[in-house]
Design a protein around this ligand. Structure first.
Ligand code: E9O
Length: 605
């Protein structure tokens, strides 16, 4: 599990392996040909069909090639790296911020580790295998196959085996032998490959492994440092720096608590400044020489909740924002600092104070940027659309919850953990499945509320909502329900949400509502898929939100979606999902102006 992000300082450094890697694609879903034939021992440049692939990036949209776009199975990345003699004193790790979905990592021809799950970081130590002052070969095999056994789940079926006996026809199946269909139980394209940055991380022999900080807005401050190598509790020194860089505390302990006076809290935008402190942790040897050092940024802020809403620093926090995606043309889901910056700037332009990382944890760079700008984040696991609840999926799901909380626990912007989006929690077996996950999240992080985002279930059949701190609900009146009846939206939304409130008596956020619109398609009077229809649907829904806000029934509202995004092919999607209030290239539709006016108004209150 990766806790601390890469950092350069007196004792550590890293190499960023972004750039072009050699790339070979296996034929779609034909077994483990590359692994069986030991491609990891070969120079992939000698393969006839080799090409190059940028990292970080999804590979799917890199060519005018449907096979590459729709590929299911293994792809291979390779890169040579000279590691200097100067790095001899370090321990070296290969670190991946995200590989979708399953990765096997090889170093100098030997496997060094495997990881299941996209969107969360992992690393493997390669110190013993490194050839210093020489060329080292990094090979990564990535497989994007999803099935009922993965998270998210997909319906994976071999259709070519569905044989029929016919006497009159030669063909015994409608499909060729081995033909399969993989349909994800989610509404976004299964972008795959090395989606985020890959690093060689260089750490000292004994290093700081994790830092857990709990800092509340009234100045209560707790820290806990763990190290790898051996326990060195007595030689830990922590220094606390305020937002101006002034030292306000120095303690000689790896674990402790203290009270800090005149704290400048971290506030979400609209409520105050998002002030950030830094905790510098040093490990020193018996002779006082520096062993390792790490600077962790964090904020003093308190998250609380009751049966009406969420409070930040004891003040009510009404979440106004977006469900979104890491999605852009050409890059797919690949991390790109320019797209991320544009998104965050548009957030500010819109007056938003909040977003949900629907439907997987986003790049840590974005979470860090949210800390800096004062934008609250509901961090979600990759568990979208779950329909089956076997034990094996639960164990995998628990791995993701752990990796997510380990990675992001010190980010003040993160105000809530979302365990899942639109799981089929109307099923009885969902209760035991989710109880274990909710308990785990509470144990790993007692400071933040835990939620599930509901879609298919209702107030009267949901099996899990009473276990949560906060309830999130997605509702599509005027779109999936009662298409064309815009005038009913207000009443339906109020009715639906009041029922959830009455039954469970908990804080509720509306995490999705909205309509598709094709930018530039205008119709008066409004027709579905026109810009007017999306705009009117949003206005009508806002009427309901105002009623529900006044009754203290909802504690936040998030439009689905920030921007148009790519999906798989289905009859309801025309080159992707068009529920964005921005286009895929981040230009505003009519609805964006309506939303902007509302958000800017709410942000002032
Ligand atoms: C999840 C999101 O990823 N929620 C979907 C979004 C959509 O646009 C999708 O993009 O389809 C909406 C799910 C609606 C659930 C309510 C069920 C109503 C049944 C009639």
């Amino acid at each position: 599990v990766c806790a601390l992000h890469v950092q350069r300082n007196d004792k550590r450094t890293f190499d960023d392996l972004s750039g072009l890697w050699t790339f070979v694609r296996e034929t779609t879903n034909t077994g483990d040909i590359g692994i069986e034939n030991k491609w990891f021992e070969k120079d992939l440049r000698e393969f006839k069909n080799h090409t190059v692939m940028p990292v970080p990036c999804a590979y799917n949209d890199m060519a005018a090639d449907a096979e590459l776009r729709d590929h299911v199975g293994w792809v291979w990345y390779q890169r040579n790296e000279i590691i200097s003699q100067r790095d001899n004193d370090f321990r070296l790790f290969l670190r991946f911020e995200s590989a979708q979905y399953f990765a096997v990592v090889y170093f100098n021809g030997k496997e060094v580790g495997r990881h299941v799950g996209g969107h969360l970081p992992f690393q493997f130590e390669v110190t013993k295998q490194v050839k210093f002052g020489a060329k080292n070969v990094i090979t990564v095999a990535v497989n994007n196959t999803l099935s009922w056994a993965t998270i998210p789940q997909a319906d994976f079926n071999y259709m070519g085996n569905l044989e029929r006996n016919t006497s009159r026809f030669e063909l015994i199946s409608r499909y060729p032998p081995g033909f399969f269909k993989m349909v994800g139980l989610f509404d976004f394209f299964n972008y795959a490959g090395l989606l985020r940055t890959v690093y060689i991380v260089k750490k000292p022999k004994i290093f700081i492994d994790d830092i857990t900080i709990n800092a509340e807005h009234l100045g209560s401050f707790k820290w806990d440092v763990t190290s790898d190598g051996y326990q060195l509790k007595q030689q830990c020194i922590v220094y606390l720096y305020d937002p101006d860089g002034k030292e306000v505390l120095q303690e000689q302990n790896c674990t402790g608590s203290s009270q800090v006076s005149n704290v400048r809290p971290w506030w979400p935008r609209g409520m105050g400044d998002p002030d950030l402190y830094t905790l510098k942790v040093e490990i020193r040897a018996a002779d006082a020489s520096l062993v390792d050092v790490y600077n962790e940024e964090f904020g003093f802020r308190t998250v609380k909740w009751d049966n009406e809403q969420i409070y930040i620093n004891d003040r009510p926090f009404y979440c106004i924002g977006f469900g979104m995606h890491e999605d852009f043309e050409i890059h797919g889901r690949g991390y790109d600092a320019a797209v991320m910056t544009k998104d965050m700037n548009l957030f500010e332009w819109m007056g938003a104070n909040c977003y949900r990382t629907s439907h997987y944890p986003y790049a840590e760079e974005r979470i860090k940027e949210s800390d800096r700008r004062g934008i609250a984040v509901i961090l979600e696991t990759p568990a979208v659309g779950l329909k089956g609840f076997p034990k094996a999926n639960q164990l995998l799901h628990m791995q993701f919850v752990e990796e997510m909380i380990k990675r992001d626990k010190n980010h003040p912007a993160v105000i809530m953990w979302s365990i899942s989006n639109e799981p089929h929690t109307e099923k009885k077996e969902a209760r035991a499945y989710f109880k274990a996950l909710i308990d785990q999240a509470h144990t790993l992080d007692p400071t933040r509320p835990v939620t599930i985002v509901y879609g298919p279930s209702n107030y009267d059949n949901d099996q899990t909502a009473d276990l949560l701190d906060v309830i999130c609900v997605n509702r599509y009146y005027g779109w999936y329900i009662d298409m064309g009846f815009l005038e009913n939206i207000n009443r339906s939304v109020v009715y639906d949400l009041m029922l959830w409130k009455e039954k469970f008596g908990k804080a509720i956020l509306v995490t999705e509502y909205g309509a598709d619109s094709l930018d530039g398609l205008t119709q008066e009077p409004a027709v579905d898929f026109s810009e007017q229809y999306q705009d009117e649907l949003i206005r009508e829904t806002h009427k309901a939100f105002d009623v529900l806000r006044a009754k203290k029934v909802i504690g936040g509202e998030m439009i689905w979606n920030f921007a148009d995004f790519m999906t798989g092919m289905t009859t309801t999607r025309a080159v992707g999902n068009h529920k964005g209030v921005f286009t895929r290239t981040r230009q505003p539709k009519i609805a964006a102006y309506t939303l902007r006016k509302r958000y800017l108004g709410l942000l002032q209150q």
